[in-house]
Design a protein around this ligand. Sequence first.
Ligand code: ADP
Ligand code: ZN
Length: 607
Amino acid sequence: MLESAHSILKNIYGYDEFRGQQQDIINTLIDGNSALVLMPTGGGKSLCYQIPALARPGVGVVVSPLIALMQDQVDALQALGIEGAFINSTLSASEVARTEKALLDGSLDLLYVAPERLLMPRMLDLLRQASISLFAIDEAHCVSQWGHDFRKEYLGLSVLALEFPEVPRIALTATADQRSRAEIASQLGLQSAKKFVASFDRPNIRYHISEAVAGKNDLWRFIEEQHAQDSGIVYCLSRKKVESTAEWLSQQGRTALPYHAGLDSSVRARHQKRFLREEGVIIVATIAFGMGIDKPDVRFVAHLNLPKSMEAYYQETGRAGRDGLPANAWMSYGLQDVISLRNLMQSSDADDQHRNVEFQKLESMLGFAELTACRRHALLGYFSETAPATCGNCDNCISAPETWDATESARKALSCVYRTQQRYGVNYVIDVLLGKESERILQAGHQHVSTYGLGADLSATEWRSIFRQLIGLGLLRSEQESYGVLKLTEQARPVLRGEQSLHLRKASKPALRKSKKRAVALDMNSADKPLWEALRDCRSRLADEQSVPAYIVFSDATLLAILQQRPQSLTEFAAISGVGKAKLQRYADDFLDVIAGFEPNEVAAFE
Ligand code: ADP
Ligand code: ZN
């Protein structure tokens, strides 16, 4: 006699209760009906097809694109005493033959196959001869042509409904994207199947998004303070950044492994394996890494760039905390991200309709990043789910971001772009606002425009934050084909004319690290200490990036001179004792940024 679902849950899995809609889903299949299951990562999808496969006579056939994980999945089943097997291209002919025999003699409970294998005439033929309890189509969003995981073989799966009309089918996905959901039902012939849509909230994930202040140091601070021993994923946009970040984290004493499409497949497989098997490994990856990563104890996912869409953000951050325990989704991004994403879209060669969709997605992502209200509410709202106005577990709920009336400053910024004929990039426009006397400015005669020096009340860092938000909000456009030249958009008009006010997020100050270790031995008044610490942090960051001792960047004497003289421009910086041309070129910008983050009155406030 076959066991009931509940006793399988208890006896095989050792769980007392079904979770959420599991029981309904399982009963639907046991009764011979099909189902479409939309459930977030960690929701417990596997049991939804494994239990009915065990409760019904015959073998459950699981279609999955994740060949690399099949061995692990089958090992997990076998550990539970379930007869699992897989057939894919990694097996030898004799192994395939053995599994095919097991399939036909009815000794298998579950069989994992990749879609391309399933659709081979030989395989379909075998399945017709076998007794099948159900078909489970995992990662069902791969059937969606709009999604980023599209696999054309998935389209062929419509054959299952025709060839095996009496076998129940269950399609499962963790994708929250509405368009994909609709496509899954129609492509897989599940229009009349029962649909189960769980909440997509991941309450254990804490969302945090901040402006990049100190480059890699921001990431390090986050990891060191909150995840000193944990494993996690760090996402970067480019392969180069993946490599350098992994190397840098390794220098900090962490096991950090790179993963991107440019690496040899054997290296990728090895790194993935170490990430899955060893404790405390950090994987630094492009988005090539992640789909179907089953690791339950990923404690953090960090983004060093903005993802292209909310769908991508949700999916990537969702790899954290699959086990339901607290996890962090942390992101840091800057002006350059906003510019390059905007450009990426403008230069996309996709057709108009597709481009429009991409544009809207990016628009939503930028808005989300700049959001001052609850992130979870907005994230779920994006996927048409209503959530409470506050969650208590995102950065904005934990400490409300400061905003300010930036109307005047925005007008100065926009007007400065206009006065310089919309022919320059961000850095130049900021220099004009700050009234710098660079050669370029003097040659162009921009010391005579009305906005020259008009922005001296703010620091370069604060101006960058304003420009980032203006570009993010679509008031300015940065043109790639002409070296990031800024142009005003229609939306800038009402602000320029003073018809519309604008509230922006306050620029983050460089995070200050309290010096617990040794007291500052140098003679300085206490008001200077925060800046001193920040300068030292900047120095050690640069030293680390280049793998040199800190004193090679600047000696303490030079650093002290920087502290006392507070240079505001390259010219002033060049005047510091110990700053030569090479160091000026290499380091000045970083230190000037640090200094610019410290207004004299704010420094005093630390006393
Ligand atoms: P998904 O595939 O939806 O991401 P999994 O099927 O991997 O999620 O399940 C996530 C975790 O929750 C697994 O460790 C699984 O064993 C566990 N789990 C699933 N259902 C239950 C349940 N009813 N009771 C307790 N734990 C469960
Ligand atoms: Zn919140």
